[in-house]
Ligand binder design. Structure first.
Ligand code: BTN
Length: 270
């Protein structure tokens, strides 16, 4: 797989420069993890909007301490962001990123729509196309978010490592011929639009767009939290992007929980 085309990556990054004028781009053939590289750049004082994109990763990381298979053909990127506290209270930036990837994927998929699996996985026909890893810290200037996105663009699912092959898919497997740079441009365009809307105080249409892509809503689910498991019905998204789960207790009363982080799976009748 050839290196990323630098001129095409620079063009794709234009929406980031509209978000943060100082935005810089680093495009690499190989890196351990774009999130790690982006964090290192942040520690050196890199400006908001800095983008790190790589053709492959040797130690790609996923949520919940998992690894992220990152062979040639995929798109691996991280963005350095400095959302303020008010913005962070509004909606999770990771939800905006998941929605952006799903919307971007739709541009390249014919006759099939990308879904969101709460909180921010992107699926096509029940298989994972993309994932989002947000790593939040604080420095002297305030909150600092390294937002990492991995999208399976080229190749077939059978090219992916055995441990994810059955569960994953790629854009190419659905007939899409888009390059990694085209997908990057579409993702950044959609993401920056959402980010700017939330920064201005908006977000209501983002919540409805995200909900409309969540087939899990209205279905019986099991949510695994760090300290307990909730069995209930996924009733919707809260105003701040949490998953509202309705659980019927032994007394017949329905209890509503809003889950902000966790693993959710549909429970199918056996
Ligand atoms: C997940 O679904 O578990 C999240 C996967 C996030 C993977 C991306 S690839 C680019 C960035 N760098 C990493 O090491 N991880 C994220």
């Amino acid at each position: 797989m050839p290196s990323l085309a630098l001129d095409a990556v620079q063009r794709a990054a234009a929406p980031l420069r509209a978000l943060a004028a100082e935005a810089r781009v680093e495009a690499l053939d190989e890196v351990s993890s774009t999130n790690d590289r982006c964090s290192a750049l942040a520690a050196e004082g890199a400006p908001e909007g800095t983008l790190v994109v790589a053709a492959r990763q040797t130690k790609g990381r996923g949520r919940l301490g998992r690894s992220w298979a990152s062979p040639d053909g995929g798109l691996y990127l991280s963005i350095l962001l400095r959302p303020d506290e008010a913005m962070l209270r509004r909606l999770p930036v990771t939800l905006l990123a998941g929605l952006a990837v799903a919307e971007a994927a739709d541009r390249f998929l014919a006759g099939v729509k990308a879904d969101l699996k709460w909180p921010n996985d992107v699926h096509v026909k029940g298989k994972k196309l993309a994932g989002v890893l947000g790593e939040m810290t604080k420095d002297a200037r305030g909150p600092l978010l390294v937002l990492g996105l991995g999208v399976n663009v080229g190749g077939a699912a059978s090219d992916l490592p055995a441990e994810v092959r059955e569960l994953a898919t790629t854009l190419a497997a659905h007939g899409a011929t888009a390059t990694r740079e085209e997908v990057l441009g579409a993702v950044l365009e959609r993401f920056c639009d959402h980010y700017k809307a939330v920064r201005r105080g908006g977000g209501v249409t983002i919540l409805s767009s995200a909900s409309a892509r969540m087939p899990l809503l209205g279905k019986p689910v099991r949510v695994r939290l760090a300290d307990r498991v909730i069995d209930g019905v996924a009733a919707g998204l809260s105003a701040t992007g949490g998953l509202v789960v309705e659980e019927r207790g032994p007394d017949g009363f329905v209890r509503r929980d809003t889950v902000l982080a966790g693993e959710v799976e549909e429970v199918r009748p056996s």
